[in-house]
Design a protein around this ligand. Sequence first.
Ligand SMILES: *Cc1c(COP(=O)(O)O)cnc(C)c1O
Length: 360
Amino acid sequence: MENPNIIRFHLDGLKPYEPIDPPEVLGARVGVPPEKVIKLDGNENPYGCSPRVQRALGEAISYNIYPDPLNREVRQLLEGYTGFGSEYIAVGSGSDELIDNILRISLEPGDKVINCPPTFGMYPFSTQVNGGEIVNIERKPDYSIDVDAIESAIDSRTKVVFITSPNNPTGNLASEGEIIQLLKTNIWIVVDEAYYEFAKESVAQLVRSYSNLIVLRTFSKWAGLAGLRVGYGILSPEINEIIYRMKMPYNVTIAAQIAVRETFTDMEYIQSTIEAIITERQRLFDKLKEQGILDPIPSRSNFILCRVLKSNARQIKQDLENKGIFIRYFDNPLLDNMIRISVGKPEHTDAIIEALAEVR
Ligand SMILES: *Cc1c(COP(=O)(O)O)cnc(C)c1O
């Protein structure tokens, strides 16, 4: 069916984004019912969303009406949460949509985007979809970004640099000094703060002084709303105006809008789950360290990257999977024989420690 004369040339050989599968699919693979699956592969919130979200979604009657194309209510609520006016706030169907929109408004064919691996895979994927060229500037051995190398790599075709902070999957922050040095280059610096609530450090306030800074956040992780797809950006009103001109009009559903509203009425509950995850992060770290099969790397996020000391990453992934525990494993030059474990509930920590004790 594929007609080479019609499909755009730059999409030739595009590799699909490597997604994570839902519990039904994972469970079916190993014969475990979905409710028994221990899912520590997607950095999702193990406590789920606020119970108020679930109640409100069942009671709402407005699903027959199109959602607000200007996302007014969500932006209004985010004014209180971020301290920025609505004109600085863009809302997307997940922050993934905002990554795509940023590249759609900036890239001419062949323009360059700087990526700092090992990191989140969406930036190279979206760059390729939008006809851009990815330039990889590897992180240093301690996983900090190589600001000087990034600066040297910038040329007249470079439009955007993506920095994840805390980084996925390494869990470390970029410093404000590093971000300021990059901002002085005047190209767009996108700081992806998907895990901000677990690190409690942000560079967002710099958006007021640097109009080339775009900070991305999401409700997927801290608020437990990954399945409803809602993320946001904090960015200069000038760039935001372009996003609101070109974006898909009904990108944020009524359900997502209700979920955000209810989340903000239940912040005490959500905050308690964030604190539980931060506490559990330390307990998981200590237990892994003590066990000596994996070597955990300190994390400011809701996951822990580990070097594998005994056995190998693929084998451990497989052995855990057979017990219904799902994690991410890496086996590439930048993440050689490593495993990423999302922080779950205390019983998930206990299950993984027990399962690791039995790996071959
Ligand atoms: C999970 C994650 C996202 C996902 O955001 P959505 O809002 O769910 O699209 C974005 N960036 C990073 C680094 C992530 O790990």
